[in-house]
Write a protein that binds this ligand. Structure first.
Ligand SMILES: Nc1nc2c(ncn2[C@@H]2O[C@H](COP(=O)(O)OP(=O)(O)OP(=O)(O)O)[C@@H](O)[C@H]2O)c(=O)[nH]1
Length: 293
């Protein structure tokens, strides 16, 4: 049987960071991992995070939950037919309800092959403290992702004071007393902790989906390189309803574009050493008026 772990957590909480970390540890333990990813938007920048040689299937522009489980079942079937692996890591889009995303895994087609281990939810601790800025729908999704977890990573602890760390851990644990909660930085959790979890409740409970979210993704393409200062001014002026941006930004004076990440007001730049398509995907609510600087 192939052990299956589902990574849940809101946009930008640290799921891809967790994925990379777990892939490495699984390999070190002599296991062969495969990855099933899905993204909101037509592009998946996160798949770059999965190194070559790891079997990967992606479901773009929709999510495992809302595009219908047939499509994800078909993808999973192909993955199982084409590749040999011991562990399947599923990264859901941050906009997905974790229990709905389980549908495909619990298909009778895979009953003999897949052993569902549990939902690992990465909670953005900073976001938790700043929750008053979230719309009620987004907040209820955040809560659902925590309630259904078998293991919770209270991530981004480096951004909190000690008192805040204790507060977040206490409050999050209160929402889901049965799940183990671990404080993390960069989603660093030992793979052995994941292996210990058993899906106590995630698979058993099928609750009503959260009310429909207005989350959208918009791809913006750069025609020309931009000045870093201009781009950062543009970022600062974005409305609170933009939760996440990722992609490749061409900066004036640089040969290659920079990989760019943004989550809730915090930006991260990483140099690239090859030509990449210069575009970003912006994820949030009410994106109609958002254009590049
Ligand atoms: N300060 C801080 N930043 C973190 C931590 N973990 C992840 N990040 C950063 O947060 C950003 C988002 O991390 P990802 O792992 O891509 O998040 P994600 O949940 O996969 O994002 P989506 O795929 O958009 O849902 C990146 O810039 C990470 O480097 C942490 O513990 N502390």
């Amino acid at each position: 049987m192939i052990d299956v772990y589902l990574f849940s957590g809101f946009l930008g909480s640290g799921k891809t960071t967790l994925l990379k970390h777990v892939i490495q540890q699984a390999k070190d333990a002599g296991l062969k991992p495969a990855v099933f990813m899905n993204e909101l938007g037509e592009m998946n920048f996160d798949s770059d995070a999965v190194e070559d040689g790891i079997p990967l299937k992606e479901l773009l522009d929709g999510c495992i939950c809302c595009t219908g489980s047939e499509k994800s079942e078909a993808q999973l079937q192909t993955l199982l037919a084409e590749e040999e692996f011991d562990v399947l890591l599923i990264e859901t889009t941050g906009a997905a309800h974790p229990v709905e995303a389980l549908d495909a895994i619990f298909s009778p087609l895979f009953a003999e092959k897949l052993k569902f281990k549990g939902i690992v939810t990465v909670a953005d601790s900073k976001r938790w403290l700043d929750r008053s800025q979230l719309s009620p729908q987004i907040w209820s999704l955040y809560l659902e992702q925590i309630r259904h977890a078998d293991l919770i990573l209270a991530n981004k602890m480096d951004l909190l004071t000690e008192a805040e760390q204790a507060q977040v851990t206490f409050e999050v644990q209160g929402l889901n007393p049965e799940a183990q909660i671990i404080q993390t930085v960069q989603s660093k959790v030992p793979f052995s902790q994941l292996q210990k979890i058993s899906a106590s409740k995630s698979g058993a409970v099928q609750e009503a989906p959260v009310s429909k979210l207005n989350l959208n993704a918009k791809v913006l393409e750069f025609q020309n390189p931009v000045k870093r200062d201009d781009f950062e001014d543009w970022l600062r002026a974005l409305p609170e309803s933009v939760f996440r941006i990722k992609g490749y930004v061409p900066l004036e004076g640089d040969k290659y574009p920079h990989a760019f990440q943004y989550a809730y007001g915090m930006a991260q730049w990483l140099p690239e050493y090859m030509k990449m398509q210069t575009q970003i995907v912006v994820i949030g609510e009410n994106l109609e008026g958002i254009e590049l600087p």
